[in-house]
Design a protein around this ligand. Sequence first.
Ligand code: OAD
Length: 252
Amino acid sequence: MERAGRLLADAKSVVVLTGAGVSAESGLATFREPEQGLWARYDPMELAHIDAFYRDPELVTRWYHWRFTRARDAQPNDGHRALARLQEWLTRDGRGFRLITQNIDGLHQRAGSRDVVELHGTILIWRCTKTGDQYPLDTIDFSSFPPRSSAGGVLRPNVVWFGEALPEKALEAASDAAESCDVFVSVGTSALVWPAAGFIEVARRSGAATIEVNLDATPNSEAVDISLRGSSGELLPRLLDRAQRLRAAEDQ
Ligand code: OAD
């Protein structure tokens, strides 16, 4: 923790990549954990693949609507809030910061994070498959599934499914940030889904120090400079606190 705090205290530009683990303490299920993980209970090929949507739009949109209600009713936790405070602190100091997330739940933004790169889109916006227009959720009639737009097209969540490309702008912003940061922090992700899983290696090869915060070991744990084992809701506030104290001591 001391070494990780020191890295953040001295960093000129920080990138944080988050996954489902950061929202676990808000009561939202992760994907790959045994028993509780969504993919332990549901088949991603039946629910989160573009072909599944075309095969059974009713089933897929019902499931995403259920996930939307879970996200809407959840509250950001201490981990989300610590990342928003980290951004505020670094940018106030004129240092760089970029938050990249694989999460679609909008909890980072609700905690106060800005300019979040949403690699896998957002469940809070749905779009018409006929016109491409986006619809705010409060204008959508979810009394029948799949929901329809005012143009009569089927509405789908604005997320990235398996079998689909990531949004180009988000991908570019994430790659640029990973290449140019000097500290890269990976939080609450199993680091198994690409291209997100590869950004830490991009950052490392570009000379950045790497930190992982996770309850368990991941494929990156051996390769990172510092692996902090524990919950993000507990560790991120401590990490921020440590970095701020070290920085304040240097400034005196
Ligand atoms: P995973 O479910 O694969 O991994 C969650 C990680 O969070 C695991 O490594 C856990 O050990 C860790 N974890 C759980 N609770 C934690 C906590 N409180 N604090 C810290 N770590 C914790 O989720 P992702 O890596 O986000 O994509 O999955 C990536 C993508 O795979 C998702 O965006 C989704 C999924 O299929 C699509 O649906 C396209």
